[in-house]
Design a protein around this ligand. Structure first.
Ligand SMILES: CC(C)(COP(=O)(O)OP(=O)(O)OC[C@H]1O[C@@H](n2cnc3c(N)ncnc32)[C@H](O)[C@@H]1OP(=O)(O)O)[C@@H](O)C(=O)NCCC(=O)NCCS
Length: 413
């Protein structure tokens, strides 16, 4: 599709803010609490890169790219998170999305981001750009009755309210959990950092952060935390909202779920932001004796930006392996190529292979690479979905390298 010469794709300027906000409000609905107008001195927000497409100077499409690091295969991987993607209603279907996304993806790659992620309103919008669904953020609603049956924790594991002094321990619990998964944000970058003011101060985002702890005084160990908001009212129609519930032991999960269940006389539900669906279920939910929970999943999509960069950052099982592989996908020419992967002592090296011939090796589409590298699907399943092709001899090895971690994500953007 050829675009009019009056169309320009560029980083947004402060003067574009009113038009960009109007577009965003049209696409995503007007918030009853619109954010105040930004201040030119603090715009754009840290770690956000806004982009627009203009037609004769008029803003007709926009998006924002967030920079953060997320955990994949034991490494903090530089990630470009796309949000607020919108094309003006009258310009939809005219081919603006791809060049706008490609310009922002190219900038992210140049800055050193090796993967890109997003929460799609429809997965089909982003498939042609190389993204695939690898997991889901979920709002899980658990009836209080299900929490009433959670077993008592072992003696010695108890709850207490966190204070500002506990925030470093809370961060450590999050990191211990997140670093063992694929996908969670490291929360090392604004606005995702866990700050004492936001968690525990008088202006905190929560009613409270409750800890699951073991031991006393200097020997006390923090084993889990739940950040919860009480909400209004005191009948069974009410819901206690939990932004985070992370537990490093089953008893810590029991302590936290029982604490939430103790509100059963004044609330009917607990809603927990979690991830994984039933396939890669969040382990803290395994202490629930009753599966009576309903979930609203919000799929999370991934695309690689730099194949050697993403694979080479990963820590893998300590096998010695050599796997020739390729990416062939005309929709994502930036990712195409043929490489040899060498794994040894838990590290991976990916080097281009000039002697590759078409069909001589395990070959992925961009989506097939995303789902297998993230450990979300086996190579066999990627083949079923058209995401992998070529000789099957290295499938099991590929799965062994990438299949050991579940995909989770706990921050919506
Ligand atoms: C989503 C949106 C940005 C797409 O822009 P557009 O100009 O309509 O996109 P295009 O017509 O160029 O289509 C791009 C691709 O998305 C697909 N697509 C578009 N709308 C889709 C939908 N609702 N469901 C599934 N796929 C869709 C097209 O089939 C096309 O796929 P292809 O690249 O494989 O051919 C635009 O429709 C919009 O602003 N919608 C409202 C806001 C929104 O949903 N934003 C996305 C937030 S994550």
């Amino acid at each position: 599709m050829s675009l009019a010469t009056s169309i320009e794709f560029r980083r947004a300027a402060f003067a574009d803010v009113p038009a960009s906000r109007r577009l965003g409000a049209e696409a995503f609905g007007v918030s009853p609490h619109p954010a105040p107008d930004p201040d030119p001195d603090s715009w754009p927000s840290p770690n956000v890169r806004p982009w627009v497409a203009t037609d004769d100077g008029e803003v007709v499409a926009g998006l924002g790219v967030r920079s953060f690091t997320s955990w994949f295969h034991g490494a903090r991987v530089p990630t470009a998170g796309f949000a607020g993607v919108t094309v003006a209603a009258e310009h939809r279907g005219s081919g603006l999305l791809r060049p706008l996304m490609e310009a922002a993806l190219a900038e992210a790659r140049d800055r050193g981001d090796v993967v890109s992620t997003l929460y799609p309103s429809s997965a089909g919008i982003y498939r042609g750009l190389g993204y695939e669904v690898v997991g889901a953020f979920e709002d899980v609603r658990v009836p209080m009755a299900a929490l009433a049956a959670v077993a008592r924790p072992a003696a010695g594991v108890r709850a207490r309210r966190a204070t500002a002094a506990d925030v470093p321990a809370v961060r450590q619990v999050y990191e211990a959990w997140a670093s063992a998964q694929n996908g969670p944000l490291s929360r090392g970058e604004t606005p995702f950092t866990m700050e004492a003011d936001g968690m525990t101060g008088p202006d905190s985002d929560y009613t409270g952060v409750s800890l699951a702890v073991r031991g006393e005084g200097a020997d006390e160990e923090t084993l889990g935390f739940a950040s919860w908001s009480r909400g209004p009212g005191y009948d069974r129609t009410n819901t206690i909202e939990v932004d985070d519930l992370v537990a490093l032991t089953p008893d810590a999960a029991r302590v936290l779920f029982r604490l939430l269940g103790s509100f059963g006389s004044v609330a009917g539900w607990v809603q927990v932001c979690t991830s994984g669906g039933w396939a890669g279920v969040d382990v803290s939910r395994l202490v629930l004796p009753d599966h009576a929970a309903t979930s609203v999943p919000r799929p999370y999509m991934l695309r690689l930006l730099d194949v050697p960069g993403a694979l080479g950052a990963s820590r893998v099982p300590p096998v010695t392996a050599r796997v020739p592989f390729a990416v062939a996908d005309p929709r994502t020419p930036d990712l195409e190529g043929a490489w040899t992967l060498e794994a040894a002592d838990g590290a991976v090296r990916v080097t281009p292979d000039d002697r590759a011939t078409p069909g001589d090796r395990l070959t992925f589409t961009s989506a097939g690479l995303a789902v297998t590298w993230a450990g979300a699907q086996s190579t066999a399943n990627a083949r079923l979905a058209g995401g992998a092709d070529g000789p099957t001899g290295h499938d099991a090895l590929w799965d062994a390298l990438w299949g050991g971690r579940q995909v989770h994500v706990r921050d919506y953007f």
